[in-house]
Design a protein around this ligand. Structure first.
Ligand code: FDA
Length: 394
């Protein structure tokens, strides 16, 4: 059995699988290696098992990167419509859930099946249960020493993903290989991850576990109008996950608990129309009872009729409702994070091909690169698009 290939790809996740079949379709002899027992594990559990495989509105603005222009070329040359066409070619039924997020009707397994079928069709070899022991480069060829023996190729694609969810096989191999070949790795941290709260807040809010509110969460970098979910450990839900990618330890942010309302005007109007209405009763009309009570207790708002509340009191209440300050204790970290922020610096990569600018035949694609998408199918779209850009260049 020949152990020489045109390209070796490390990591049979979203990016690696998509790159492997497209490179093979161009006539290359491709070997895709992974230490896991199963290909595409993250695809399988993504989107609650239905895989939010892309977003109809994906555009470069939905990505975080030191260089916000880097992702433009790849995203524009392989768009969400290209991936949707592939999904349709394979007869996979899908639907839009919300905000352009496309999910499989049945199971995420269909997406992995589709990618493996394409690998089969074009003859890309997918080899699982293979530990990577060492990678070296000698006279224009990469040698990948593995638990199954050594493999050689003039081109190496690093598609090992980030650090999130180690139990699904995440390792720092991609970053280590980057450093080995003199690539800068920008500091990494967990993104799209629930917040944890300080003990005192946790005690107050853990009783609200399971309760969700439509809010607008913001800091001076970003703002997301989506659901906030109270959990036993802190705050989750799309609004919190999204903001976590724009949050740094020690910072606070604001939550508008009634976006689209003018609380002060509404409170003043209620005071003139129904002066005997209690302030806390108003809160219970606006929010689920448990939350209204907890909030009023926390803020020590008076248990008074509106008629007895001064303009100052109503203004203070309105301000809190529009700017509820949250100071997280931290995040749940890589254990539950959907993505890893930071990673291989794009400065040293070609945005057209994902190739190293200084190391011949070396490529980085997918999450290992310092490109991180929002929640909602954007991360897979980056995996597909960067894989395509690379496959075209191999
Ligand atoms: P990915 O992590 O998919 O693949 C990396 C591969 O490299 C893995 O197969 C791994 O086993 C392998 N590998 C790692 N270290 C190795 C080593 N040392 N040796 C050999 N192989 C190694 N995104 C989205 O757009 N829509 C969604 O619905 C979701 N949902 C979601 C849910 C959950 C729970 C998580 C954790 C993540 C998501 N995401 C998501 C994010 C998305 O899954 C992620 O961005 C992509 O899978 C990244 O694709 P990559 O191929 O770059 O890495």
């Amino acid at each position: 059995m020949s152990r020489h290939y045109d390209a070796i790809i490390i990591g049979a996740g979203a990016a690696g699988l998509h790159c492997a079949w497209q490179a093979a379709a161009r006539g290359l002899k491709v070997l895709l290696l992974d230490h896991a027992k199963q290909a595409g594990k993250k695809i399988l559990i993504s989107g609650g098992g239905r895989c939010n495989f892309t977003n109809m509105y994906a555009s470069p603005e939905n990505y975080l990167c030191e260089n916000p222009h880097f992702c433009k070329s790849a995203l524009s040359r392989y768009t969400q419509w290209d991936f949707i066409a592939l999904v349709e070619k394979h007869g996979i039924a899908y639907h839009e859930k919300t905000l352009g997020q496309l999910f499989c009707d049945d199971s995420a397994k269909a997406i992995v099946r589709m990618l493996l079928d394409e690998c089969d069709t074009f003859g890309a070899k997918v080899q699982l249960r293979t530990e990577i022991n060492a990678v070296s480069w000698h006279e224009g060829s990469y040698q990948v020493a593995t638990s199954q023996g050594d493999y050689h190729a003039p081109q190496l694609v690093v598609a090992c993903g980030g650090l999130s969810m180690p139990k699904l096989g995440a390792t720092p191999l991609g970053y280590q290989l980057a450093e080995q070949f003199d690539h800068r790795v920008l500091p990494v941290r967990a993104g799209l991850v629930p917040f944890t709260l300080h003990e005192s807040d946790k005690q107050a809010y853990s009783e609200l576990s399971g309760l969700a509110l439509e809010v607008n969460a913001s800091n001076d970098r970003a703002s997301f109008k989506e659901a906030l979910l109270f959990t036993h450990r802190g705050l989750s839900g799309p609004a919190m996950l999204q903001l976590s990618s724009y949050w740094l330890p020690g910072e606070s942010f604001n939550v508008d608990l009634l976006p689209g309302h003018d609380c002060l005007a509404e409170l003043q109007q209620l005071r003139s129309e129904r002066p005997k209405l209690g302030l806390r009763s108003v809160l219970q009309q606006w929010f689920p009872k448990r939350f209204a009570q907890t909030l009023a207790d926390q803020q020590q708002w008076p248990d008074k009729n509106l008629a007895d509340c001064s303009n100052n009191v109503l203004a203070a209440v309105a301000e809190r409702l529009h700017q509820w300050p949250v100071k997280p204790n931290g995040t749940e970290g890589y254990r539950t994070a959907e993505v890893t922020l930071g990673g291989v610096d794009t400065e040293q990569l070609s945005s057209k091909t994902m190739a190293s600018k200084h190391q011949p035949g070396l490529y980085f694609i997918g999450e290992v690169v310092d490109v991180t998408g929002w929640l909602g199918g954007y991360n897979f779209q980056w995996a597909w698009a960067s894989a395509h850009a690379c496959a075209e260049a191999l």
